[in-house]
Design a protein around this ligand. Structure first.
Ligand SMILES: Cc1ncc(COP(=O)(O)O)c(C=O)c1O
Length: 468
């Protein structure tokens, strides 16, 4: 038996992992003979592994540990008090105070008109719940034939089959096709790689023309939804050009579709505002959230619904034909409320705003390293794209990308004690998404480590990559 506070026997845990634990998106064969990293404790922006080594949590876990790792005891007290009072009741024809209050507080933080919250246990489930609301809404408006959606290339919206339909990453989708929702994928806002990316006006126009054509091709009266992230994670922090989201809103209105901002990452401070929709003046029908809502401390996500979309459900003209046992779970909701208190008390969103310019400046200085083709992002959400040749923007592919990311960079970053993401689901990027409590000194440490690792990788590339 083990438990928090008790000594951990690393060998026992390695055996348990090897023999019993099914890991996410992991080549488990890699750990047949090698040890898997095991983390046992968190402090501030750092994680401590089973051998006592410290690592900077440069990705906030999976973009969720927004308040770092120091507030567990306070949040735990709130969870304990809720469990002692009422550990479970549902939000099926009944309700309870914590879910109600959390819905009100999230509605207060969201942009004008987005006031009603449906709770889920995570982001993918939130996207599916949103989709079913979209379908029920169109049905109530006499348009049951609206069954298609438009999403974006390389975007990640979740892995359960409905959410996977929106996801635009081929290797995630292909093994599970045919997928249940008919989704067309269009270009993301990747200015670095788009032929018109240097001219924001022409770029926006090209993207919107492509989106409009996709709607026309799908059948304008069959398209139910446009879904996108304010800043797209997968592919490496693609920020939207000026006018892009206003254009999406206009197209959704023109063709009678609904518009979703998937803010599973960008929600709750990541961009320096409570929501990316505030930062970029987006007027969506739905905001989908998860992760930062509880700062990773409980599985909770949800859909913030605009009042004009909620209206037919509230007046009884429409019926939401959906539900799950843990929607609005009292303990998760109590944790969400306490985490929001901490965001407020600690000035977490202001902290991002104050340090954003410093982080941007320091990261942009890394452009002097030959390997760095692009630096992009916002708030505490940044990517460095690595290229073979800056003039031609030639990318690393296949085994070369694998060597660069998984052999050279990941080893070096790990040795230097930084956890971040190395991703080649689009072109290869190093991604940073530090806890939103990180101060300038912590951000500086992160950039120093990344800079040294990327410089090292650049030197290795100069020496010559292994023949494939
Ligand atoms: C933008 C976005 N949407 C949806 C999801 C899926 O969330 P979950 O893993 O909680 O299902 C993710 C997860 O990273 C995400 O980044």
């Amino acid at each position: 038996m083990s438990g928090p506070g008790q000594p951990v026997d690393a060998a026992v845990v390695q055996r348990q992992v090897r023999d019993h634990l099914f890991l996410n998106f992991t080549d488990m064969g890699n750990y047949k003979d090698a040890d898997i990293p095991i983390f046992v404790k968190g402090e501030g922006c750092e994680l401590i592994d089973v051998n006592g080594r410290r690592f900077i949590d440069g990705l906030s876990g999976l973009y969720c540990a927004n308040i770092g790792h120091d507030f567990g005891s306070e949040v735990g007290d709130a969870a304990k008090a809720q469990m002692e009072e009422l550990a479970y009741t549902s939000t099926w024809y009944v309700a309870h105070p914590r879910a109600a209050e959390l819905a009100e507080r999230i509605g207060d933080l969201a942009p004008e008109g987005l006031n009603r919250v449906y709770f889920t246990t995570g982001g993918g489930e939130a996207n599916e719940s949103m989709w079913k609301m979209v379908r029920n809404w169109h049905q109530a408006n006499g348009q049951p034939q609206r069954t298609k959606a438009i999403a974006r290339d390389t975007a990640y919206h979740g892995t359960s089959l409905g959410a996977l339909s929106f996801t635009g990453i081929e290797e995630c989708r292909t093994p599970f096709e045919p997928l249940p929702i008919d989704v067309t994928h269009v270009s993301a806002t990747n200015a670095y790689r788009h032929p018109k990316g240097d001219d924001p006006v022409a770029f926006t126009q090209a993207l919107l023309e492509e989106m409009e054509q996709a709607i026309i091709d799908a059948g304008p009266d069959e398209v139910a939804l446009i879904i996108a992230e304010p800043v797209q994670n997968s592919g490496g922090c693609f920020t939207p050009p000026e006018g892009y989201w206003a254009g999406l809103r206009a197209l959704a209105d023109k063709y009678g579709a609904l518009l979703t901002a998937d803010e599973v990452i960008t929600g709750f401070g990541r961009t320096g505002e409570w929501f990316g929709s505030i930062r970029y003046d987006i007027a969506p029908d739905f905001i989908v959230f998860a992760k930062g809502a509880t700062a990773g401390m409980a599985p909770l996500g949800g859909v913030i619904v605009h009042e004009r979309v909620a209206e037919p459900f509230v007046t009884g003209k429409a019926f939401y034909n959906h539900g799950t046992t843990y929607s609005g779970h009292p303990v998760s909701a109590a944790i969400g409320l306490k985490v929001l208190d901490i965001y407020d008390r600690e000035g977490v969103v202001d902290n991002v705003r104050s340090n954003e310019a410093y982080l941007a400046k320091r990261l942009n200085e890394l452009r002097s390293i030959p390997l760095v083709g692009d630096v992009r992002g916002v708030g505490y959400f940044w990517a460095l794209e690595m290229v073979k040749d800056r003039d031609t923007k030639q990318t690393f592919e296949g085994e070369e990308a694998d060597w660069l990311l998984r052999r050279v960079l990941s080893q070096r970053l790990y040795d230097d004690g930084l956890l971040c993401r190395l991703d080649d689901r689009g072109d290869p990027v190093v991604q940073l998404s530090p806890p939103l409590i990180a101060d300038e000194q912590m951000l500086g440490r992160i950039v120093d480590i990344v800079g040294e690792a990327v410089q090292y990788a650049s030197d290795e590339v100069q020496k010559g990559m292994p023949a494939s």
